[in-house]
Design a protein around this ligand. Structure first.
Ligand code: MN
Length: 755
């Protein structure tokens, strides 16, 4: 019962379309004598389309039919039928889905480019851009061999998606094509049967499922199952049939009871019996490792009513009548499945103690469950009456897009589908698809386009709007990267980008640039130091410098300059090693000033750099490490060594160049103390502040600043006390915080990382 009618009968779906077996006079069809001469299959098709879309001009369909018939003339299907029977049947399936005229035309023309001399350009000339694009898409899909040895799964899916995003109608026509091919698979060789059935099960049925097209999916699965495992299929189908016969009376009794009870409560509803599909029974047997007679929900009922309220009302009535099986109530109305499926499911213990599944949904939900994405074509007709709040987010978004579109025809062609949640599919303005991990930024996009685009990227537009480079890309975004010649990547980008490609490229450029600068700085240091010592650098031979470099374990003189520039060694050390013994300068009578200090950094005596003396060291402001904490050094460009706390979040980002990481440790005996910012969250109670300051003075801790303010929150007044205090080391800080936490009224004490 969950199959498309074949031959299609357009009135089969819910929604109140009345049956009319006779083709009415059709608008747009030439009213000449030729009309009566139209082939019967075309007349049937036109009648079906007219019924589903009474306002549409159908003349393009007739034209497409005759065009295709002319070029397929003389060709036969494997079954021996005229070839044209296939595209006509595909168009019929699309008409039954109530697809638009462009889709029907595409259905009729879908094989002309592949199997005749017609080109896409010819199709465009005769039928316009939309049809040409769709025919082109279907043709391209047909050429993809999803089951070839290497080109399987992910990559193929992606290609498929690629076509899909181009115009969703391509996929729907392809699914209709596949459905008809599956229905007529008998005429092919067993090898072809297996291959096509496998592809159907692995590629097309899941896509139909993802698009919410339950009906197509079900039929594709059952047909494929039949060819892939004929024995299992026969056994299960037979069993379903016999159970249906055996349970007909039981089912009918249940149905009548449900109808009766609903009527009593004034809930308008249609109650249908429902039989599980062969393939889904098969899956259940395999998954749960049970035998056929243990499948209790082979049969069930489906209640279709008019509103969400009545869905829940009906559920109440059912549960009042029969005891629900615990844990089997599923509310897909409140939480729809990702493919938009909505329904209430419940299992009850029916008469004779038998378990029995009942599904409850509205007409609207039923149509979406059966037709999925194809159901949305109807909105274009301007039919309203769908409660907005029932639709899940992306469906609402579709409508928004539709309103934003200048051309409503663009609506479906820009529909994006989230088949791969871990990936995001974006486009260049020219329509090239860029696949990125989800969470990617415009910078990732830029690097995926080209490294130069990435390096010179200064801004981005998403769907025509300027956005920050930090933005997260979403499926279907059209990303336009703005570049400026000569611009270079920033270090901050490393914390934004998701792809390793972008990360590596950025690191590479930054390292390269910093090295160039470090070499320059290193050379200048050396010259300056030489001047200061009164020696001429020209006396230092290149060989000597190279020897010094080698002594430090560096390959080239350039590396030595770079190390100098980074601040790894002092210029003085290098000069002493490089100068010939006799020309060693006398130690300066006055103690030489220390290495040039960058303004504003307070240099530390309390931190030792392992293995090197006489280097500039300062504590990084971002994490303000204090004695006792695990620390790590980072060789900066010309400013010496920045010391971070190992837990500093900047460290993970900064440490992209392991070359520049350096071991540091706290000096044993220092009496330095460090300013630390502390925030105390407290109740707003008098006297509390005095208690806190008493703790500080007990510890001999100097308070540099203190600020208390009252915070109004929901429950009661609370206070926030922020202070900067001097502490000697981690131990003392912990002691202070512990003591403050024990004061009654103190809720939390936290240390702020930055100074
Ligand atoms: Mn075909």
């Amino acid at each position: 019962m969950d199959t498309f009618p074949d031959p299609p009968s357009p009135g089969s779906a819910v929604g109140g379309v009345s049956e009319s077996p006779v083709a009415p006079p059709l608008p747009g069809v030439a009213s000449s004598a030729a009309e009566s001469a139209e082939p019967a299959e075309l007349q049937t098709l036109l009648a079906a389309v007219h019924q589903a879309r009474p306002k549409d001009d159908l003349s393009p369909i007739s034209t497409a039919y005759h065009f295709a018939a002319k070029y397929h003339e003389g060709q036969l299907r494997a079954s021996g039928e005229p070839y044209m029977s296939h595209p006509t049947a595909v168009a019929g399936i699309l008409a039954a889905m109530r697809m638009d005229v462009v889709s029907i035309e595409t259905g009729l023309l879908h094989d002309v480019v592949e199997d005749t001399l017609v080109t896409v350009a010819d199709v465009q000339k005769a039928f316009g851009e939309d049809v040409a694009r769709c025919v082109d898409g279907v043709t391209k899909l047909s050429k993809i061999d999803f089951l070839s040895a290497e080109d399987r799964q992910a990559e193929s899916y992606r290609k498929m998606l690629l076509a899909m995003v181009n115009d969703i109608r391509v996929i729907i026509v392809k699914l209709a094509d596949r459905l008809h091919n599956m229905r007529t698979l008998d005429s092919l060789s067993p090898e072809r049967q297996t291959k096509i059935a496998k592809e159907t099960l692995e590629i097309y049925a899941p896509i139909a499922h993802r698009l919410g097209m339950g009906k197509v999916r079900g039929e594709l699965e059952d047909l494929a199952f039949r060819y892939l495992d004929p024995d299992a299929w026969a056994e299960i189908s037979h069993s379903i049939d016999s159970q249906r016969t055996a349970n007909e009376e039981y089912l009918e009794r249940m149905r009548r009871t449900v109808e009766e009870e609903l009527r009593k409560e004034g809930i308008p509803a249609r109650v249908e019996s429902r039989v599980k599909r062969a393939y889904s029974v098969y899956q259940k047997l395999r998954k749960q490792k049970i035998s056929l007679d243990q499948v209790y929900d082979l049969m069930g009922l489906r209640i279709i009513t008019d509103s969400v309220k009545n869905c829940y009302g009906a559920l109440g009535i059912i549960h009042n009548e029969w005891r629900p099986v615990p844990g089997r109530i599923k509310d897909f109305i409140a939480i729809p499945r990702p493919n938009l499926y909505q329904s209430l499911h419940t299992s009850v213990v029916g008469p004779e103690g038998r378990h029995f599944e009942i599904q409850i949904r509205t007409d609207e939900m039923h149509r979406i469950a059966e037709e999925g994405i194809a159901a949305h074509w109807k909105y274009k007709e301007g039919r309203r009456g769908v409660q907005d709040d029932q639709r899940v987010a992306w469906l609402r978004q579709l409508v928004e897009w539709q309103q934003e579109m200048r051309d409503p025809g663009e609506f479906m062609s820009t529909l994006k589908v989230d088949l791969y949640p871990e990936e995001v599919y974006c486009f260049t303005p020219k329509g090239r698809v860029i696949i990125l991990p989800s969470g990617s930024s415009p910078i990732d996009f830029a690097y995926a386009v080209h490294s130069e685009v990435g390096n010179t990227c200064t801004g981005a537009k998403i769907n025509g709007r300027i956005v920050p480079l930090r933005s997260t890309l979403r499926n279907g975004d059209v990303v336009d990267i703005l570049t400026t010649t000569g611009h270079e990547p920033s270090k901050d980008w490393l914390s934004i980008v998701k792809t390793s490609r972008a990360k590596n490229k950025i690191k590479h450029i930054i390292n390269q640039n910093e090295r160039v600068r470090a070499i320059e700085i290193g050379q200048k240091y050396l010259e300056k130091e030489a001047r200061r010592l009164g020696v001429s650098l020209s006396r230092v031979k290149a060989d000597d410098l190279e020897a010094v470099a080698a002594e430090y374990g560096l390959g080239k003189t350039e590396d030595l300059y770079a190390a100098l520039g980074y601040g790894k060694f002092s210029a003085r050390q290098v000069l002493q090693k490089a100068l010939p013994e006799q020309s060693q300068p006398e130690p300066a009578p006055v103690a030489p000033p220390p290495q040039p200090r960058a303004a504003g950094t307070d240099l530390e005596d309390s931190i030792k750099v392992r293995g090197v003396d006489d280097v500039m060291v300062y504590r990084a402001k971002c994490c303000n490490p204090i004695k006792g904490e695990a620390i790590v050094g980072y060789v900066t460009r010309g400013k010496g060594i920045a010391v971070h706390s190992r837990s500093c979040t900047n460290v993970t980002n900064l440490m992209y160049d392991s070359e520049r990481r350096i071991d540091v440790e706290w000096a044993r005996n220092t009496t330095d103390s460090y300013p630390v910012r502390i925030v105390v969250h407290t109740d707003d109670r008098p006297g509390l502040l005095a208690q806190l300051t008493a703790i500080l003075s007990d510890e001999n801790s100097n308070v540099r600043s203190l600020e208390a303010r009252t915070v109004m929150d929901e429950r009661n007044d609370s206070a926030l006390i922020e202070m900067t205090v001097d502490v000697r080391d981690k131990k003392q800080l912990e002691k202070l915080c512990g003591a403050m936490r024990r004061v009654s009224g103190v809720r939390d004490v936290e240390r702020l990382a930055n100074q």
